[in-house]
Design a protein around this ligand. Structure first.
Ligand code: SAM
Length: 224
């Protein structure tokens, strides 16, 4: 079977006992970046063969992996951080498993999206996961959809584009739209700040250098 194994998003302790047991027991671990996964395995004394599975080779090797699974191997899929398949490689393989009657076991665990919305101070009863916005083509169309969306919106962003993102939220959704920024979750300089979009933007425009990983959560239109 194929196990989907979430890994920590910063703090190495954020992995379940079950995840470690499974990683220790599988025939192979499919990893987005084997160098990143090696560090985690070393930390937990896990010695299993690693195989690369990332966006650049997933189309080519999915069939191969299905043949390992069909021959009875148990494999684990991990990404660099968080839950595989969530803005990370996995979908193609998981779909192929279902189509080939191979059992998929999805373990619960860390994801920046859920960690961020849980601590955001914004409504979390219903939300939309946007992930990364397209860089160019299709970006305006996404804003067309998002601007009237009535529930919280979770966006992943890199430190290099967070100012551009805040400018666009102000332009498309209004300066006063409330935004929660979760930065460096589970790490030493972790912070979650809830302010209006304009307040965040002004603060970020003053910063010399913007570092870290970001989840930006936009409040629902007509937040109550
Ligand atoms: N699969 C991962 C998950 O379940 O969260 C997401 C992978 S995606 C390639 C990486 C993005 O997730 C980063 O650019 C950032 O937006 C977000 N992210 C990951 N770790 C984070 C952290 N510790 N703090 C804030 N955001 C984080």
């Amino acid at each position: 079977m194929l196990y989907l194994v979430p890994t920590p998003i910063g703090n190495l302790q954020d992995i379940t006992f079950r995840a470690i047991e499974i990683l220790k027991g599988v025939d192979k671990i499919l990893a987005e970046d084997t160098r990143v996964t090696k560090k985690l395995l070393l930390h937990y004394n896990i010695e299993r063969p690693l195989m690369s599975y990332h966006t650049h080779n997933e189309h080519k090797i999915t069939e191969n992996i299905i043949s390992y699974l069909s021959s009875g191997e148990n494999l684990a899929l991990v990404s660099d951080a968080g839950t595989p398949g969530i803005s990370d490689p996995g979908y193609l393989l998981i779909k192929a498993c279902h189509e080939n009657n191979i059992k998929v076991v999805s373990l619960p665990g860390a994801s920046a999206s859920i960690t961020a919305i849980a601590g955001s101070g914004l409504p979390s009863n219903r939300f939309h996961f946007e992930g990364f916005l397209p860089h160019k083509k299709g970006r305006n169309k996404r804003w067309e959809f998002l601007k009237d969306y009535p529930y919280s919106i979770i966006i992943y962003e890199s430190p290099f584009r967070v100012v551009k993102l805040l400018k666009e939220i102000c332009e498309n959704l209004g300066d006063d739209r409330r935004v929660s920024i979760a930065r460096e979750l589970t790490k030493i300089y972790e912070e979650i700040e809830l302010k209006t979009c304009k307040e965040h933007l002004d603060l970020y425009l003053e910063k010399q250098k913007i570092k870290g990983e970001f989840v930006v959560i936009v409040s629902p239109k007509n937040e109550k």
